[in-house]
Design a protein around this ligand. Sequence first.
Ligand SMILES: [Zn+2]
Length: 411
Amino acid sequence: MKRLQAFKFELRPTGEQQRQMRRFAGSCRFVFNKALALQKERYEQGEKKLGYAGLCKELTAWRNGPDTAWLSDAPVHPLQQTLKDLERAYANFFAKCAAFPRFKKKGMSDNIRYPDPKQIKIDQDNSRLFLPKLGWVRYHKSRDVEGVLRNVTVSFSGGKWFISIQTEREVEQPTHPATSIVGVDMGVANFAALSTGEITAPVDAFKRHTQRLARYQRAMSRKQKFSRNWTKAKAHVQKLHTRIGNIRRDHLHKLSTMLSKNHAAIVIEDLQVRNMARSASGTVEQPGRNVRAKAGLNRSILDQGWFEFRRQLEYKQAWRGGIVVAVNPHNTSRTCPACGHVAKENRTTQSRFECVACGYTAHADVNAACNILAAGHAVMACGGDVSPYLHLGVGKAAPMKQEPAEATHAV
Ligand SMILES: [Zn+2]
């Protein structure tokens, strides 16, 4: 089995290397924006869109032209990669997966991707790697890089430079050490409830830090834009954002690792977070109902990173030889496991489940997790879709999570 893995480290560049990387990232942004402007211009004049090869020809002309000759100071492959990114942005737009490509601003996903492994060397013993036009750059080595190098990406985030090293290696097809199967209900009041009865409290790093973030943002808005004090205030805001992101990722990784280590099969609900986030406000013709409450619920969902959580579960299970089963979320929180009665009234409060037909009681989220587990058993018995890969079909009707209204008020 082929395993693709990314190893990410913080770089320790010299001052000169930092300046170089800023310039390279700036050149990549410039090329992206210039190519996008060119495509727009061609469209307005009724000409055909240039393909990747055509754009590369333009790039060569820019690198040799008198006005933009400074572009030739940057390594050529990363510049070409930004043209590939633009191509992908257009393709996603035509496939109706994304909005029309936008111009890049400084500080917005600043990165440099080196696609050619022949130009890169890693010297792990001395914690450094060689990059074209930068020379040897040191990095904080926190672990060994395994596998054959495929490509590397240098990125800037929260005032620091990082390197992400993609490798590929052949590993034996693993067999999962456990034989158990677990159902997971992901909610707002509790991040996750397991069919085994365990409940994980939400981290909501974002919510906890919201007040401070708001204060920092107010402070920033009072400063004169682009002044020295404004730049400092902006750095504060960005640092807090980075911290929130780190806490959240750490939490998700701990939980997904724990689940993946202990269970051969993990059953989750097939939620489509993107669609949920979009659905609240509705469209101009059909404004959404209960917009404020739903927006609160959705923000909380995004805050807790369900999509990221599922992604982690899927790759971790694939590596360990386990599987992730996604089941239809319909009625999972309203069904009585004892008698099978389905009713909205079964869920009396956010945390309490009481069947109106037979009187069976349970913790509402744990009960939902048990129903999800049962649905998972059913899917596997029928030989349904148990692929460990993402299947976010475009245009597919989005299953909606049925949380009681109370949960939305609590947010
Ligand atoms: Zn019942």
